[in-house]
Design a protein around this ligand. Structure first.
Ligand code: UDP
Ligand code: MG
Length: 326
């Protein structure tokens, strides 16, 4: 695999699973994962992250870790949300390759060997692209579709549509993610931003095995806003754009106002001066907001503190390694 210098990399595979009120699924999930990875003949670890569950999830995870020393767990102090739970898993897992998978068995563990084999043919990221999503209500499908299409239209980073976080990534990508200190995580966008060689495997998404979705509409909205603001300045640019459009229209209307005032004399007293000042001010204000927006866009890009670039390959020996440079 692709070891970073000086780091002890084992096992071959880490499987990161965020858990929020998943007591109904853990046992089945564990059994299916275990069957699949045992058959792959690689060394592995499971990393279960309990994201502040209010049911018996944590107790069940403890129980598993007692039974099976391949099971590691991270218990977060409260519910931080899916993206942060996964980040905690990525930060703490040690595998040369890392699978991110949902606990509700909507992402079939049986796809993991395929993802892994593809990774070994020379990719750094292999994501699972869903062909269908049965068992989810129309509103969720619609909002998801709208979100993915909008995001694709307004960002320069090519974030694959119709993929969740189910994917396998190499250690190189995990280390790159650790270099991105942003507070509002949108992992699939960040992973696309990282680049390297990426590909996908297609699959049909299953229904949730048990329990209920932990993604409320407010959590989905948060994720959508995080994704858009982290990977696009378009909402900010909207102000300057509309400023120019409004100013253009205003200018035409001003011409018409002057024409009525001085040529056709078809007007009420005060109308022309009112019209002109409102139109003029409206345009100027929107343009001014747009200019502020442009600066804020640059500020937010700097505040994100992403690395400027990541090196895919070089023959220059690094003076210090990732680990030592911290
Ligand atoms: N999850 C989490 N914290 C949350 C919500 C969800 O760790 O606040 C986990 C959940 O246990 C599951 C994964 O994130 O493993 C995906 O959540 P869910 O299936 O509820 O999302 P959906 O598939 O409905 O989008
Ligand atoms: Mg789900």
């Amino acid at each position: 695999m692709v070891p970073t210098p000086t780091q002890q990399i084992s096992p071959d595979l880490s499987i990161v699973v965020p858990l929020y009120n998943e007591e109904a699924n853990i046992e089945a999930l564990y059994r299916r994962l275990k069957t699949v990875v045992d058959a792959m003949g690689v060394s592995y670890q499971f990393v279960f992250i309990n994201d502040g569950s209010r049911d018996r999830t944590l107790a069940l995870v403890h129980e598993l870790s007692r039974r099976d020393q391949q099971v590691c767990y991270i218990d977060l102090s409260r519910n931080f949300g899916h993206q942060i739970a996964v980040t905690a898993g990525l930060d703490n897992c040690t595998g040369a390759a890392v699978v991110i998978i949902d606990a509700d068995l909507q992402d079939p563990p049986e796809l993991i060997p395929q993802l892994y084999d593809k990774l070994l043919t020379g990719y750094e990221v292999v994501y699972a692209k869903r062909l269908s999503r049965p068992g989810e209500n129309a509103a969720k499908l619609m909002t998801a579709k709208l979100f993915y299409r909008t995001l694709a239209a307004i960002t320069h980073v090519s974030i694959p549509v119709d993929t969740g976080d189910f994917r396998i990534i190499s250690r190189k990508v995990v280390e790159a993610l650790k270099l991105m200190p942003e507070q509002n995580k949108f992992l699939r966008g960040q992973i696309s931003w990282i680049g390297f060689r990426q590909t996908y495997v297609e699959y049909d998404r299953a229904q949730r095995a048990g329990g209920e979705t932990g993604y409320t509409y407010s959590k989905m909205l948060r994720l959508a806003i995080d994704g858009i603001t982290a990977f696009s300045d378009f909402p900010l640019k909207l102000a300057s754009l509309s400023g120019f459009v409004v100013s253009g229209i205003s200018f035409l209307v001003m011409l018409y106002t002057l024409y009525s005032r001085f040529v056709t004399h078809d007007y009420q007293p005060g109308w022309a001066s009112l019209m002109i000042s409102i139109l003029f001010l409206g345009g100027v204000q929107l343009i001014a907001i747009g200019i502020i927006g442009e600066y804020i866009g640059r500020l937010s890009a700097n505040v994100r503190q992403r690395p400027l670039y990541l090196v895919a390959d070089t023959n220059i020996q690094p003076a210090v390694s990732y680990e030592e440079s911290r």
